[in-house]
Design a binder for this molecule. Sequence first.
Ligand SMILES: [Zn+2]
Length: 155
Amino acid sequence: MPRSARINAIKLFYSYTIREAVDVTGVSARTISAWIKEGLPVMKHQRPFLIRGDDLKGFIQNRRKARKSQTALHQFYCLGCRDARDAAGGFAECLVNGNRVTLKAFCDVCGNVVNKPFAKSRLPELKGRLELLRQVGGRSESLRPAKPEPFRTSR
Ligand SMILES: [Zn+2]
């Protein structure tokens, strides 16, 4: 069970190195790296990389809200809207990694990229609610069986 992050000591107008972010939040460096992959903004034009205190605190608060807010199976929590949103166009990209799946889509309202982990075994439950595009070697491909080409008679 990962320890929950402490946010009370985060100074909004201070920029933290990863090491300092670990100290101030009490989570592991691995968790901080995972947050950066999830979208925690980081200033990369100098080393060591710095994370703004307000970004760090906001990111943790958003994650907590995301966990509490009720998103339907086919919906995503949008960090831009801070609410549950449908996928734009009704489809999501499906990145499969073993039994773990990440669904990636665009927010229907603001256009932000939204994503969430999903259980591979539950993918069939999305049928009819969300069209899934499987990511294959960088290009997307529908998970639905291809429709047979209608037979065309030549004129
Ligand atoms: Zn949005």
